[in-house]
Design a protein around this ligand. Structure first.
Ligand SMILES: NC(=O)c1ccc[n+]([C@@H]2O[C@H](COP(=O)([O-])OP(=O)(O)OC[C@H]3O[C@@H](n4cnc5c(N)ncnc54)[C@H](OP(=O)(O)O)[C@@H]3O)[C@@H](O)[C@H]2O)c1
Length: 317
């Protein structure tokens, strides 16, 4: 990937896409093709085909997707399946037709079976039933990764896929109903602190174990894959360490300065009991995460306060 070549970052306004743009720009890539949803709806096949026909695109990173937390995934299964399937097929096929040099598709750790051996190796794919609460999203992501794999195997296209673990960072979604565990928890602890609440309730019993990777570390990992990885087989991107939701909540309490009590509501779903990715394959390429969880949470909390994302989330209610 030469610095003057044209790189299309699909979904550049999102958390991952914006981190990828920061990574590319700081590495000297200025010829980026960036189109927001107003300029192109990636679920429209003709619009995507026209984009690839009219622009000379050399590389593609697909960070566009419909993304959400447990509640959004469970409630809007059809939307998560349909939109993610269509975004993936539209871009991957158009990129193939346009003969782009290399494409990276992003999936997620939720493509792996609900119960599987930890840490989860890439070979666990399709070895058991999925977590029911995000089946629609997972099936779309599995279809996308299989599409890159099969274009790679059948045609020798340099199409690859990466499966990141749970991510957090700047430009995360702090919306009251659609957010993931870290931004959702951060918002609720912040609101509890600023409104003087005595307790914060966390869904589940606190026992599920989760791995969290800072999005800037992910972006550096994806850059490594664009430079060094061409295999049709998908590859995990994680940090290799996990913690319980209870431990995360305690850390969040300290980072936000909330002084009340944490209550665990075991009547609410906590999601997959255990999920940590095996990172052997990507570590072999020389990449390592740099941001420790507490340091990352502190940085994101400062960013969120400065950019007033909590006020925007409250206004969205
Ligand atoms: N967040 C995580 O913890 C996590 C973990 C593992 C993997 N991933 C993967 O990383 C990728 C990016 O996730 P993210 O967290 O960065 O999500 P995000 O912040 O919600 O960003 C998604 C991006 O996709 C764009 N988009 C969605 N639908 C579109 C459409 N129809 N047309 C044009 N643009 C569209 C969004 O545009 P708008 O801003 O207009 O909505 C936004 O720029 C996804 O593939 C996800 O599966 C995320």
């Amino acid at each position: 990937m030469e610095k003057q070549q044209r790189v299309f970052v699909a979904g550049h306004t999102g958390m991952v896409g914006s981190a990828v743009v920061r990574q590319l720009q700081s590495s000297g890539y200025q010829n980026l093709l960036l189109r927001d949803r107003q300029q192109i709806d990636l679920t429209r096949q003709r619009a995507v085909e026209e984009l690839f026909a009219s622009e000379q695109i050399d590389f593609v990173i697909i960070a566009a997707a419909k993304v959400g937390g447990i509640e959004a995934n469970r409630t809007y299964q059809a939307d998560f399946l349909y939109q993610n399937l269509v975004i993936a097929t539209n871009i991957i096929h158009a990129a193939f037709e346009a003969k782009v040099e290399k494409l990276l598709f992003l999936g997620s750790a939720c493509i792996y079976p609900r119960i599987c051996q930890q840490p989860i190796k890439e070979t666990a794919l399709l070895s058991g039933p999925l977590e029911a609460t995000n089946e629609g999203y997972a099936i779309a992501k599995i279809a996308g990764l299989k599409l890159t794999e099969m274009f790679n195997r059948q045609y020798g296209a340099r199409f690859i896929s990466a499966m990141p673990t749970n991510l957090y960072g700047e430009n995360d979604n702090f919306h009251p109903t659609g957010s993931h565990v870290i931004p959702g928890m951060m918002r609720r602890f912040h609101e509890a602190k600023t409104t003087g609440l005595k307790e914060v309730t966390v869904w589940g019993d606190g026992s599920p174990r989760r791995e969290f990777l800072h999005v800037d570390d992910l972006a550096a990992g994806l850059f490594t894959l664009m430079m060094k990885y061409d295999s049709p087989d998908t590859i995990n991107v994680g940090c290799g360490e996990d913690c319980t939701i209870a431990e995360l909540a305690t850390m969040m309490k300290e980072v936000t300065g909330f002084t009340g009590e944490i209550i665990f509501d075991a009547t609410k779903p906590g999601g997959t009991p255990h999920r940590r990715l095996s990172v052997e394959k990507i570590f072999e390429l020389g990449w390592r995460p740099r941001v420790a969880l507490r340091e990352g949470l502190t940085q994101v909390y400062q960013w969120a306060c400065q950019t007033k994302v909590f006020d925007k989330a409250a206004a969205a209610r």
